[in-house]
Design a protein around this ligand. Structure first.
Ligand SMILES: Nc1nc2c(ncn2[C@@H]2O[C@H](COP(=O)(O)OP(=O)(O)OP(=O)(O)O)[C@@H](O)[C@H]2O)c(=O)[nH]1
Ligand SMILES: [Mg+2]
Length: 372
């Protein structure tokens, strides 16, 4: 995943390091040239006797003290030393052009322009004026990239669904109810199965509500997962009211002391007024503890508009971003993560039940920043 961004970051580090190496090599060459010229025997000037005397006189007067004649030598040595030992002070002019190019290459990798700008400005602020040993330069720049990414991706610690469900279980306040909503094919039903597995692994009993009564084979898909995970599923007929199926699932869970109810729903676009109204009704009828938006990472910045619309309609509690495993570029994910008005809870990383991971910026950074 994220091969696109990884390559961009690695190219940037490479170009800064190469630039510094080229600079150092050029300086070294210049110093060598200076030494060569100094060591070349100088042709004796042809001068007349009088002129020779006058020259001697001028030379005697102008003879610099010992220390001054030594100075150029020392400074050449220390310059060469600095090139060989290699300390680099990063100047704005050194990185300006590279970072500008880098910003555009991030945009090419689908990072939203405003996010790319924020990231690059942050990197520049951290880099310029710092003195670094040139052998450590790649490592140092990777550190800066990681720190800047962390700053834009860290949105505080995400909600731990398992903790919340366990706490409701221990307070005997009835089942923990989660409603999953989002656009068509984003991975809602698959994610419900993954969350169910996670809840089971943490000692909780679950009930699934097959509340997508709209799409062909949607009920069978939920039933299939419920059977594989060995949990109860409540279902109705196609075309029936999804809210009433969810209500039945909650009643079943209450009657049987189940800990978590996971409510599926049909895929919908925020532009479909009647489906958005149906979703509001599901919320009114079920009073979920969490309303979770499921979105595909590859959708890009468009997802942010969807999230805003769904959030306005029912006040979301979190987002699960799916299909990161097939997100080759990575830019979309960065844009969504850094600009989402709603916290990101988990990532979907594949089709297996265990392919779910809590959102941590470090995980993203590790997948983008080249190891140095
Ligand atoms: N690679 C990958 N595929 C996923 C992931 N999550 C879901 N899928 C696949 O995406 C496809 C759609 O998943 P569903 O769970 O049916 O999506 P949905 O949102 O319920 O779809 P609708 O009910 O039609 O709106 C399926 O083929 C899933 O196996 C993921 O994290 N990675
Ligand atoms: Mg579905």
């Amino acid at each position: 995943m994220f091969e696109g961004l990884k390559k961009k970051f690695s190219d940037l580090v490479g170009s800064i390091v190469n630039k510094e190496e080229t600079k150092a090599e050029e300086e070294k060459k210049i110093e060598q040239k200076v030494e060569e010229i100094k060591e070349q025997p100088r042709p004796e000037p042809i001068i007349t006797h009088k002129a020779e005397e006058a020259k001697k006189h001028v030379e005697e007067k102008a003879k610099p003290p010992e220390i001054i004649t030594e100075k150029p030598k020392l400074s050449v040595i220390s310059k060469i030393k600095s090139v060989v030992i290699g300390k680099v002070t990063v100047k704005e002019s050194d990185v300006d052009e590279l970072l500008e190019k880098f910003k555009l290459s991030l945009v090419e990798a689908d990072v939203n322009y405003e996010v790319a700008e924020r990231l690059v400005d942050d990197m520049k602020g951290k880099m310029v004026g710092q003195t670094v040993s040139s052998s450590e330069l790649a490592h140092y720049i990777n550190g800066i990239v990681s720190a800047s990414l962390y700053d834009i991706l860290n949105k505080g610690s995400g909600t731990d669904m398992v903790k919340l469900a366990l706490s409701k279980k221990s307070s005997n306040q009835g089942p923990f109810k989660i409603l999953f909503i989002g656009p068509n094919g984003a991975g809602k039903t698959t994610t419900i199965a993954k969350i169910t597995k996670m809840m089971i692994d943490n000692g909780m009993t679950c009930v699934m509500s097959a509340s997508d009564t709209f799409r062909a084979a949607a009920i069978e898909q939920t039933v299939h997962h419920a059977e594989k995970l060995n949990v109860k599923v409540i279902k109705g007929n196609y075309g029936s009211d999804p809210a009433s199926i969810a209500f039945d699932a909650i009643s079943y869970a209450k009657a049987h002391g189940a800990d978590v109810v996971l409510i599926d729903s049909a895929g919908r676009q925020d532009t479909n007024k009647s489906l958005m109204e149906e979703m509001r009704k599901m919320v009114r009828v079920t009073s979920p503890d969490m309303k979770v938006f499921i979105g595909e990472s590859v959708t890009g910045s468009a997802i942010l508009n969807q999230v805003r619309e769904f959030n306005d309609a029912i006040k979301l509690d979190g987002i699960i971003l799916t299909k990161l495993d097939v997100d080759a570029k990575g830019g979309n994910t960065i844009s969504i993560l850094s600009s989402s008005p709603v916290p990101i809870l988990y990532f979907g990383m594949g089709e297996k039940y265990t392919d779910l991971m809590p959102y941590k910026p470090d995980f993203i950074i590790k997948n983008i920043v080249p190891a140095s």
